[in-house]
Design a protein around this ligand. Structure first.
Ligand SMILES: Cc1cc2nc3c(=O)[nH]c(=O)nc-3n(C[C@H](O)[C@H](O)[C@H](O)COP(=O)(O)OP(=O)(O)OC[C@H]3O[C@@H](n4cnc5c(N)ncnc54)[C@H](O)[C@@H]3O)c2cc1C
Length: 416
């Protein structure tokens, strides 16, 4: 029998698989899709996630391939948040398509000895393990649902997912632009809607935004290139010469969180545990950070070196982080969809306040970056040189606890 079966080979499941192997647990990942989705939802990797990759010795390809962006935004407000002030070796976000992030995470999981089986949709839970379409049973002592917002594992475990349905719909197009913005990147917001244009690798740009016509609960239907052209022109005064769409999509602001992240031998992480509007670009980051919190604990329990009660701390520590994520994405959604003169005035007011108050700007940057996360023992311990000359982040690569002058640091970088 396996120690752990993970359902879903998205970023959360793949990072978890590597963490479990590092802790010595046997693990198989079951993924419904035969092939990886080539369309990348996420582009943004935030500083705390970059630190996690650093703490496991796999940050180099991310730094080499990702585009460094030294600032962020809150709710698309025009005054940008300066990430350079953050207390981290990586004070920037990295723009890297999710498909590439997943490839790198899968490579690491496989190198550490995780088995990843594709084309294997899980249909339900059994006493100890899961059942696949076709009836095959994969036996495991623990099951982790990393299977996204419609999680089969969550439903089969009877875990509630309360929250609110979508009231607004954003849109995105990955398109070729004959007349791109001068610096490659631009944003615009007004009563006709708001948008951002971001360059992607391969000569493609992502145009992402929202507008008053889709600021309502009803599903607006599939997005067409003609509709995107007309909407973008109304907001930005130009359609940037868009053509050849690679991906057109809509996404809603349904906001939900699992009532518990653990039910006996079943656990949830990532989008299976929390869903929200993608404003701020944090969902994938928080999913990977869930996996980082859970991995060493579950490995220790599954291999018999820690008591089962350690697993309860996963819910205790990560559920409040998920709740905070939902709260700040709701606030950002309100700002991003304020397509009225009053809403625009509120945006201008807040933007000015953030620009004139460095503490407020820093606080928001810490919140988005994931560096503000604090458990009962406090925030993560920043990188530092240890008495023997090695750095903390380097020492954490082995996946064990590390003794520092500040105290014993857990494998996930927080004080024990
Ligand atoms: C437009 C958009 C932009 C975004 N931008 C960002 C961003 O910039 N930064 C950021 O951090 N986040 C962003 N996000 C959010 C991010 O994409 C998600 O939070 C992230 O994909 C969650 O990862 P996950 O591994 O938890 O789930 P998923 O990526 O959903 O992966 C779940 C996996 O489980 C598989 N699966 C599902 N059911 C089963 C089953 N029954 N059996 C087996 N396998 C199954 C699926 O095929 C899938 O591969 C964005 C989202 C959207 C929609």
């Amino acid at each position: 029998m396996l120690d752990v079966v993970i359902v879903g080979a998205g970023p959360t499941g793949l990072w978890l698989a590597g963490e479990l192997r590092l802790g010595g647990a046997t693990v198989t990942v079951l993924e419904a899709r035969q092939e990886r989705d080539v369309n990348s939802k996420a582009l943004t990797i935030h500083p705390r996630t970059i630190e996690l990759f650093d703490c496991r010795g796999v940050v180099e390809p991310f730094l080499a391939e990702g585009i460094r962006i030294p600032n962020g935004h809150f709710g698309g407000l025009p005054d940008r948040l300066d990430f350079a002030v953050l207390d981290t070796p990586h004070p920037f976000t990295l723009a890297l398509p999710q498909v590439r992030t997943e490839e790198l995470l899968e490579q690491r999981a496989a190198e550490l000895g995780a088995t990843i089986r594709r084309g294997r949709p899980v249909t339900g839970l059994v006493e100890r393990g899961v059942e696949l379409a076709g009836g095959e049973v994969v036996a495991a002592r623990y099951v982790v649902g990393c299977d996204g917002t419609r999680s089969t594992v969550r439903t089969a475990a009877g875990i509630d997912f309360p929250g609110t349905d979508a009231t607004t719909w954003g849109w995105l197009g990955d398109v070729v632009l004959d007349d791109p913005p001068a610096r490659g990147f631009t944003s615009a917001t007004g009563i006709d809607g708001g948008l951002m244009v971001v360059p992607l690798p391969g000569g493609v740009h992502r145009i992402v935004g929202g507008d008053p016509a889709t600021n309502r609960p009803e599903w607006p239907g599939e997005l067409t290139l003609d509709e995107l052209r007309a909407t973008v022109k109304a907001i930005a005064g130009t359609d940037f010469g868009m053509r050849d769409p690679r991906w057109l999509s809509r996404f809603g602001n349904a906001t939900r969180q699992a009532t518990t992240y653990r039910a006996g031998h079943v656990l949830l992480a990532g989008d299976a545990a929390h869903m929200h509007f993608p404003t701020g670009g944090v969902g994938m980051n928080v999913g990977i950070q869930d996996a980082h919190n859970l991995g060493w604990k579950l490995a220790a329990v599954a291999t018999g070196s820690a008591d089962e009660a350690l697993l309860d701390s996963y819910h205790t520590e990560r559920h409040p982080v998920g709740a905070a994520l939902l709260a700040h994405t709701r606030a950002q959604t309100a700002l991003m969809t304020a397509f009225t003169p009053e809403g625009q005035a509120l945006r201008a007011l807040l933007s000015g306040l953030i620009a004139s108050a460095p503490d407020m700007s820093r606080e928001l940057a810490e919140r988005l970056s994931g560096l503000d996360v604090a458990y009962a023992t406090g925030r993560r311990v920043p990188d530092q040189r240890l008495p023997d000359g090695e750095t903390l982040f380097t020492r954490l690569r082995g996946g064990g606890h590390v003794q520092t002058p500040a105290g014993l640091v857990r494998p996930d970088g927080h004080l024990a």
